[in-house]
Design a protein around this ligand. Structure first.
Ligand code: HEC
Length: 174
């Protein structure tokens, strides 16, 4: 082996060692040395909102906004709010597929599907009376589910006034 070849081999080796060292230093999976490493802090526990949290944070405001949009005949926004509400239902059922004795996912699907579809049709055709009627039926399903889950004291209604003073629900002129 020539001198040049040897030094090249050494250089390659050095790079390999350096690279391995770098990878090891960056890899969090490397188990800490039993003696030297300080105890790692406990892993943060994942936040799991309660079903009541999800109802209050996502489902209730979107039900309200959908109602306000319908009152203003703002069909573009109502379509958006309906979609958001649908996702809120799906999200709640994903976090809480079963709540107590209730299969939340199935019950939500079974009770809200029909009025949600009727709302979509009313929004598409810009039919205010049909919207109001379908919205009332959707609201009745909120309450039916609350009664079925021993929460009959949670009573939902069509919004009277807006709790969102910073949002304009009127249709926008193009
Ligand atoms: C599949 C059943 C189901 C459906 C459908 C449902 N809810 Fe609920 N809701 C519950 C349950 C169960 C609770 C109680 C959760 C808890 O105690 O943690 C609850 C709690 C709530 C709360 C919390 C009450 C409070 O004052 O803190 C609100 C608000 C609410 N729901 C609004 C709605 C609205 C609005 C709808 C319809 C758009 C709806 N819910 C549809 C089952 C349902």
């Amino acid at each position: 082996m020539s001198l040049k070849a040897i030094s090249l081999a050494l250089l390659t080796g050095a790079i390999t060692v350096a690279t391995v060292g770098l990878v090891a230093a960056q890899s969090p999976a490397t188990p800490p040395a039993a003696t030297a490493a300080p105890a790692s802090p406990p892993a943060p526990s994942a936040f799991k909102p309660s079903l009541g949290d999800l109802m209050t944070m996502t489902i209730q405001p979107r039900h309200t906004k959908l109602g306000l949009a319908g009152q203003e005949k703002n069909w573009a926004y109502a379509a958006y709010a309906l979609h958001e509400l649908e996702e809120s239902f799906e999200g709640a059922a994903e976090v809480w597929p079963v709540y107590g004795k209730t299969n939340v996912g199935e019950l939500m699907e079974a009770t809200t599907k029909e009025p949600m579809e009727a709302l979509a049709a009313a929004i598409k055709s810009g039919n205010a009376p049909k919207f109001t009627e379908a919205y009332a039926r959707l609201t009745a399903t909120c309450n039916a589910c609350h009664q079925a889950t021993e929460r009959g004291f949670i009573v939902i209604q069509a919004p009277r006034g807006t709790p969102f003073p910073d949002q304009d629900f009127r249709p926008q002129k193009p």
